[in-house]
Design a binder for this molecule. Structure first.
Ligand SMILES: Cc1cc2nc3c(=O)[nH]c(=O)nc-3n(C[C@H](O)[C@H](O)[C@H](O)COP(=O)(O)OP(=O)(O)OC[C@H]3O[C@@H](n4cnc5c(N)ncnc54)[C@H](O)[C@@H]3O)c2cc1C
Ligand SMILES: *[C@@H]1O[C@H](CO)[C@@H](O)[C@H](O)[C@H]1NC(C)=O
Ligand SMILES: *[C@@H]1O[C@H](CO)[C@@H](O)[C@H](O)[C@H]1NC(C)=O
Ligand SMILES: *[C@@H]1O[C@H](CO)[C@@H](O)[C@H](O)[C@H]1NC(C)=O
Length: 541
């Protein structure tokens, strides 16, 4: 039996990649999207629809473009390295129209239920019910790909904050936060120092009377702009680094990076000191935050113990008058349309975060349900490429017990590696995970053999940023442009920065390089001359 038609639920970046992957394998996708547009999280809306992701007006990617791209569709070379959400939408629209994906999407169609058919154990089919304009419609599908994201249901832990119900000011979640206009002259406390908390606190602090940034755990602040002004991920996420890291004990890597981050900003003095080591928890992008702290616009505070009608009392006993509380406390997720949530316990028992381990037929898959330390688009895309191979019957999954064993081993490993947190159960290392899924599909690059027939490419792949094009060089879904895309990736990183280029005659570089070569020759000669001189004297003596 081979699968023919596939329901793709959601048209965010994961859903778009899923549609494209279905088409690559000759499957027939039907994508249901409850909103009226593609893009999911990246589509900014002043008033987000309940059940959809909500972002703020200034949101900018924290992963750089060369590592965030779809693997066979590089971003235009003039795009900045870190995209504003509107630019990301522009890219997604180009991608969707280039590969003709829009015609497979049914907008304003919400999936309400996904149930096994009575003959599921032989057919593997699903009954899918959707709602359009208040009317229900039923379909039968051979496969289902769930791409609904994990940032739609706000996590608002009011129970942890006694007194918040009597607080007379306003409180909101970052899901609702759009821009700082309503915060002019206000005294604001932001709860939580994740990426959103740090962004929002900094942004509000420009207009507010005072912003307090409250954190229980502290955090490590890293930056988009890394050494020499290069994008952080493009510098650190290389195969070379990953190889080195595998040989080093974790504490040494932690020490190296923590020292580096502390050299930029003493985390203790800034009140940010984390209770965990760098590698065991998510870090926060803080290019701007130190600036807001050193100018006093943002004051870092411990956890809020309780709220009164008009103030917040912190765990250190201090009390501050407050007008607005912003909860930057993250998100939870669920799958209300699935019948047996417990059996589909997506939290823990998904084989490689994709396939439920206990189904008689592997015809249901979760895409994008992980938190890569790195970009989502390429990891989701690889998951989809694997899933369609399985759906099409070209690739078999291991037995249920093997999948369970694999899943349990991973859980154990993660428990040792990462700080326990109910909402961070899907953390994976970007390169490792992509290689793992790529091996399933047969598209993991073989660097050793590449070193023989294309050493230049192999060297860039090993020392350069580990970009998604690497998974399009061979095997199913091979793209002939991948080779060039890898060799030109550094040009695309530099192009948007070099917007003021001096002419040769104006720049000092030509004379400089002349001086440099002379210096190099002199430097090389000195030791030679010295040793000749010493030898000469020794032989004389
Ligand atoms: C503030 C913030 C910043 C981020 N920055 C980055 C970054 O810089 N780089 C990066 O790689 N990742 C980033 N991420 C992670 C981000 O979630 C992913 O990049 C990506 O947008 C996830 O896409 P998705 O398609 O999986 O889900 P989403 O974008 O959430 O899309 C899900 C879609 O499913 C639809 N849907 C939901 N339920 C139903 C239903 N029942 N029926 C029909 N349709 C439904 C929704 O309307 C939505 O369109 C960020 C996340 C957040 C919260
Ligand atoms: C990763 O590699 C870069 C240069 O390619 C180097 O500067 C950096 O120190 C390395 N980092 C780690 C963690 O190995
Ligand atoms: C931070 O500063 C304090 C006091 O100035 C100092 O004692 C401490 O060693 C510094 N920490 C680091 C990691 O440099
Ligand atoms: C980017 O921000 C999102 C939202 O806070 C987060 O989930 C993701 O881990 C961040 N990416 C990296 C590489 O830290």
């Amino acid at each position: 039996m081979s699968v023919k038609n596939v329901a793709v639920i959601g048209a965010g970046v994961s859903g778009l990649g899923a549609i494209k992957s279905c088409l690559e394998e000759g499957l027939e996708p039907v994508c249901f999207e409850m909103s009226n547009d593609i893009g999911g999280l990246w589509r900014y809306e002043e008033i987000p629809q309940s059940g959809s992701p909500g972002i703020y007006k200034s949101l900018t990617c924290n992963t750089s473009k060369e590592l965030t791209t779809f693997s066979d569709y590089p971003m235009p070379d003039h795009y900045p390295n870190y995209l504003h959400h509107s630019k990301m939408m522009e890219y997604l629209r180009m991608y969707a129209s280039h590969f003709g994906l829009i015609k497979y999407i049914q907008f304003q169609t919400k999936v309400c239920s996904v149930r096994k058919r009575p003959d599921f154990s032989s057919s593997g089919q699903w009954d899918v019910v959707v709602e359009v304009d208040g009317n229900q419609k039923a379909y039968v599908f051979d496969g289902v790909m769930i791409c609904i994201g994990q940032y739609s249901e706000k996590y608002l832990p009011l129970q942890d904050f006694p007194g918040i119900k009597n607080f007379r000011g306003k409180y909101l979640h970052t899901w609702e936060y759009k821009h700082p206009d309503n915060f002019v002259g206000k005294r604001v406390v932001v709860i939580g120092i994740g990426n959103s908390g740090a962004d929002v606190a900094g942004e509000i602090s420009r207009v507010a009377e005072q912003v307090f940034l409250s954190t229980r755990q502290g955090t490590w602040l890293w930056t988009r702009v890394w050494d020499n002004g290069n994008p952080m991920d493009a510098t650190l996420f290389t195969r070379y680094n990953r190889t080195v890291q595998k040989f080093l004990p974790t504490f040494l890597i932690n020490r190296w990076i923590e020292n580096k981050l502390n050299a930029r900003l003493n985390h203790t003095n800034y009140g940010l000191q984390a209770k965990h080591r760098f590698l065991s928890h998510q870090s926060t992008f803080g290019d701007d935050l130190p600036n807001h702290i050193i100018t006093g616009r943002v004051l870092v505070k411990p956890n809020v113990k309780e709220f009164t009608e008009s103030s917040a009392i912190f765990e250190d006993g201090t009390e501050e008058n407050i007008d607005v509380v912003v909860f930057a406390t993250g998100y939870t997720f669920s799958f209300p349309f699935l019948e047996d949530e417990a059996t589909l316990n997506s939290q823990h028992s998904l084989f490689k975060f994709v396939f439920p381990t206990h189904l008689e037929k592997p015809t249901l898959a979760f895409i994008g349900l992980l938190q890569p330390v790195g970009a989502t688009i390429p990891t989701s895309e690889l998951q989809s490429r694997w899933v369609v191979r399985v759906f099409a019957g070209l690739k078999k999954l291991p037995s249920e017990s093997e999948m369970m064993a694999n899943t349990n081993r991973r859980k154990q490993k993660m428990a040792n590696q990462f700080v326990k947190s109910p909402r961070v159960v899907h953390r994976v290392q970007y390169i490792d995970y992509m290689d793992e899924i790529a091996s399933e599909i047969g598209v993991k690059p073989n660097l050793l053999s590449l070193l023989f027939w294309d050493p230049k490419l192999a060297i860039e792949m090993f020392y350069g940023p580990c970009t998604p094009y690497q998974f399009r060089l061979q095997g199913p879904g091979k793209w002939t442009g991948a080779h060039t895309a890898i060799l030109t990736q550094r040009d695309r990183i530099l192009k948007p920065l070099r917007t003021r280029v001096l002419k040769q005659s104006e720049s000092a570089s030509s004379s400089l390089s002349w001086i440099k070569s002379v210096c190099a020759v002199i430097c090389l000669c000195i030791p030679v001359l010295v040793s000749v001189y010493v030898m000469h004297h020794l032989t004389l003596a």
